[in-house]
Structures are given as C-alpha cells and as structure tokens.
Ligand binder design. Sequence first.
Ligand SMILES: [Zn+2]
Length: 79
Amino acid sequence: MWKHSLHAVRAIVMRLYLSGGGVLLLGVCFTSMLLWAVGVVILLVGLVIHLRYYRCPACGKFLDRVTGVFCSHCGAKIR
Ligand SMILES: [Zn+2]
C-alpha cells in the first residue's frame, strides 16, 4: 500500500476543497454549467481522497477533521 503522511493528505484535501469550492462559486456567479461541473468534480475527488486516505495508521478508522497528535478512536500517535 502507498505510504503517505497524514499531513500531506490533509494539505492536498484542503487545497482540493478550496479550489473546487472556488470554481463551483465561479460557475454559479457566471452561470457556467462547465465551471460548476468542474468544481463539483474537484470537490468529489477531494472527498474521495479524504475518505480513503485520511485514516489512522494503527486502527484504520477515518479521522474526519482530527488534527491532533493522537487518534481519537484508539489513542495511537498519528504524528
Ligand atoms: Zn486509531
């Protein structure tokens, strides 16, 4: 399995959410269906990466918005 750092995953996901939200907002402002669709796709890619890779390396549970040092499910150190 691909070894990744949770910090890197979080940074990528936040950038995808922000850029997807921005493009979606532009699509709404300029009534552009294409921009709207691209924004939704970027947001969905961010969501998939978030759900799949932002997990505790010890127990494998989804960390949601946890940014602390320890897993809120099993207490393992995640940083
Ligand atoms: Zn855990």
